[in-house]
Design a protein around this ligand. Structure first.
Ligand code: F3S
Length: 290
């Protein structure tokens, strides 16, 4: 059996940068005399990976789950994760005198700035992405006027006719590129005059295209990633559409191959929050066991 691991599998640049930032802050604090150490927090889990979050928690890095928890802090260092946060959170951190380590991904920061600028200039801004996702919530937090998040094509279809209305459109970094193209065509068909900046991250695009290519050459595909990671779920959908024998697993323990199936080529890829060790574990297992 031939096993191919996608080159783009695993942590993207933004997540790696954010995870490294937490460990760097932690190591700096651990060098200090215990009485001088500042408590460390991350605003939301730094990565959709329970193992890493648990490891950090065991070393004293706590996850803040809400703005209310942040409001209760007296002192400490707060790391902002790659998803970024709204303007209100920066204001709150400053007001409370907390030290900020900003690990917002630069690609997300770019969207936040675009939304801030275009909405301030009086334009109607559409952000294609899941309104429940923290990245989108953070982006909306930079809006200064008419800013709407739309989850997908269904929401666009429900909009009234544009009648030439001008809209500025951006997308969540992990938005599916083909879906984004369909969304833009739909806006045009509905009579909207769109000005668009493609803010879909290259890491996602590369991971998705490589997965697509690999799925086309494989009898079975394995997608590794957390159950709450949206980019992993999207990767799974892409692979499954091309290679029906695709499975989504969190760790090697979830892996299931039907021994009756004639599998010659297995492709492996992983979402942006999947650590190297987990990918290697799966790769070694598939190579040795089948
Ligand atoms: Fe950033 Fe792209 Fe990753 S936006 S967090 S490098 S998926």
């Amino acid at each position: 059996m031939a096993v191919v691991l996608a080159k783009s599998a695993g942590f993207c640049f933004g997540v790696e940068r954010a995870v490294d930032a937490v460990y760097r802050v932690l190591e700096e604090e651990e060098k200090k005399n215990p009485k001088d150490r500042l408590p460390i927090y991350t605003y939301g889990a730094i990565v959709h990976n329970e193992k890493i979050v648990e490891n950090l928690e065991s070393r004293g890095v706590h996850v803040l789950k809400s703005k209310e928890e942040l409001k209760a802090l007296e002192q400490g260092i707060v790391v902002i994760r790659a998803h970024g946060v709204g303007k209100d959170i920066y204001e709150l951190l400053e007001k409370r005198g907390l030290k900020i380590v900003d690990s917002s991904c630069p690609f997300v920061r770019k969207i936040q700035k675009l939304v801030a600028e275009h909405s301030k200039a009086g334009e109607s801004v559409i952000v294609m992405g899941d309104p429940e996702h923290p990245e989108i919530q953070g982006i909306l937090g930079w809006g200064d006027g008419d800013v709407t998040a739309l989850k997908g094509i269904e929401e666009v279809l429900c909009l009234p006719d544009g009648n030439g209305k001008k809209i500025f459109v951006v997308a969540q970094t992990t938005f599916h590129i083909d879906k984004f193209k369909t969304v833009l065509e739909t806006f045009k068909k509905k009579g909207y005059h769109t000005s668009v900046i493609n803010t879909i991250c290259n890491a996602t695009f590369e991971r998705q295209s490589e997965a697509k290519e690999l799925a086309g050459k494989s009898d079975a595909m394995v997608v590794i990633g957390g159950s709450s990671s949206s980019n992993t779920k999207k990767l799974y959908e892409i692979c499954k559409a091309i290679c029906p024998n695709t499975q989504l697993i969190q760790t090697v323990k979830d892996l299931k191959f039907n021994s009756d199936e004639a599998i010659r080529n297995v492709g492996i890829t992983a979402g942006a929050s999947t650590p190297k060790e987990i990918i290697e574990e799966v790769l070694t297992y598939v190579r040795n066991e089948f």
